[in-house]
Design a protein around this ligand. Structure first.
Ligand SMILES: [Mn+2]
Length: 342
C-alpha cells in the first residue's frame, strides 16, 4: 500500500477540522510573541454576555464567528465589485493574528471590563488595528475607553443603547453609548440604523448632540454617501450590532428588529467609510448562536461582514501608507525564509 504523508496542521483546509482561530490566523497568547510577530491586525474575542438583561447567549458568539470564518479561504476572497482578490497578502504574510479571548471573570463585570480595556491598550500601543468578536454590546464601553487617540465612533445598530443610568444599572448592552458619548477622546458619535420602538432613550442621545440616522434617512443618503457623516481623513472606530441587519437575516440574535439593513447596504456603507477614514478598530457583537438555525447563518453573516470590511480596509491608500514599514520588513523576512529553504 502506498504510504501517505501524515498531514501537518498547516495543511488543514477543511472548515470542520483544526483549531478555529479567525481565518485560521496564528494564535498568539504571549505578549512577547505579539511583539515579535508585529502583526498589523489583531483579532480578539470577548465571550461576555452578562450585559444582556433579557436573553443571554452571545458569549458563545466569539467562538462561532471564528468557526464560520474557517469556511472562507486562507488565500483571500474575490471582491465582485473591485474585481480582484482581497486579503491575499495579509493572510499569506501572517499580518493577521488571533490573540484569543479576554479572560472574563463571571459575575465580576467591572473586573471583566478592566481586562477588556487592558487587552485593547496592549493591541493599540503598537498602532495595530483591533477587530473584536463579541459578546454583547456592553463590551464597547471598555473597548472604546482603551483607545487613547481621538476618534469618531460610528455605530450600526437597531437600538441607540443609550439607556438611563440608575441604582447601579449601568453596564448593560443598553448603556454602552451613554458612557461612550461622554468620553473626551470621542469626537463624535453617529448611530445608524436606529429603529427600535421599544424605548425612547434615543431622545437622550439626540439631546446629547449625537447624530442619529434612522433607516428612512439612511436610504435617502445611500450606502456610498453615509460615510460623509464624519469628517474625511479622521480616525474612526466602528461598532456593528448584528441586529443592524433586518430581522429576517439574523435568527441568531435576541434583539432582532424588522426594517433593517440588507447585507449589501451594510457592506457598502462599511466599504465607503474605509475609503474616507482610517479605521483604528471595529467589532461585531450580539450573535447568539444557540438561538440560530442549524446552519449557523447568523454567525456566517457576522464572519462575512467582518471579513469584507477588513478586505476593503486593507485596499485603501491610507492603510498601505500606514503599514508600509511592516510591508518592507515582512517582505525581507519572507524573502530570506525562501532563501533559507533553497
Ligand atoms: Mn442592538
Amino acid at each position: 500500500m502506498k504510504e501517505r504523508n501524515n498531514p501537518i496542521p498547516e495543511d488543514i483546509v477543511y472548515p470542520f477540522s483544526g483549531i478555529p482561530t479567525f481565518l485560521r490566523s496564528k494564535l498568539v497568547t504571549e505578549l512577547g510573541d505579539l511583539e515579535k510577530l508585529n502583526p498589523t491586525i489583531a483579532v480578539m474575542g470577548v465571550p461576555f454576555d452578562e450585559g444582556c438583561p433579557y436573553m443571554p447567549g452571545s458569549r458563545f458568539g466569539s467562538r462561532t464567528i471564528r468557526e464560520h470564518s474557517l469556511r472562507f479561504s486562507r488565500n483571500g476572497y474575490y471582491d465582485y465589485e473591485l474585481k480582484k482578490i482581497l486579503l491575499k497578502e495579509e493572510l499569506s504574510r501572517g499580518r493577521i493574528v488571533d490573540i484569543g479571548d479576554v479572560n472574563v471573570i463571571p459575575t465580576d463585570v467591572e473586573g471583566t471590563f478592566h481586562r477588556i480595556t487592558q487587552m485593547v491598550e496592549t493591541v493599540m500601543k503598537k498602532n495595530r488595528m483591533l477587530i473584536t468578536l463579541g459578546g454583547d454590546h456592553s463590551i464597547t464601553y471598555p473597548i472604546v475607553r482603551g483607545i487613547s487617540q481621538p476618534i469618531h465612533v460610528i455605530h450600526f445598530d437597531a437600538h441607540s443603547d443609550f439607556a438611563p443610568i440608575y441604582d447601579g444599572y449601568q453596564y448593560t448592552n443598553m448603556h454602552a453609548f451613554r458612557h461612550i458619548s461622554q468620553m473626551p477622546h470621542v469626537k463624535s458619535l453617529t448611530q445608524i440604523g436606529i429603529r427600535s420602538i421599544r424605548d425612547t432613550s434615543v431622545l437622550d442621545s439626540i439631546a446629547a448632540g449625537n447624530r442619529v440616522v434612522g433607516m428612512d434617512e439612511y436610504r435617502e443618503i445611500g450606502p456610498k454617501n453615509i460615510a460623509q457623516v464624519v469628517p474625511e481623513g479622521e480616525p474612526c472606530y466602528v461598532t456593528i450590532d448584528i441586529d443592524a441587519f433586518d430581522s429576517t437575516l439574523v435568527p441568531g440574535c435576541v434583539s432582532a428588529e424588522p426594517g433593517g439593513f440588507l447585507y449589501n447596504e451594510l457592506r457598502d456603507s462599511l466599504g465607503a467609510i474605509a475609503e474616507r477614514n482610517p479605521i483604528v478598530g471595529y467589532e461585531m457583537v450580539e450573535v447568539a448562536p444557540q438561538l440560530d438555525v442549524g446552519t449557523g447563518i447568523t454567525s456566517y453573516l457576522a464572519a462575512q461582514t467582518v471579513i469584507e470590511f477588513l478586505g476593503r480596509i486593507c485596499e485603501q491608500p491610507w492603510w498601505k501608507e500606514k503599514y508600509k514599514n511592516n510591508r518592507e520588513t515582512e517582505a525581507v523576512t519572507f524573502q530570506s525564509s525562501i532563501e533559507n529553504k533553497v
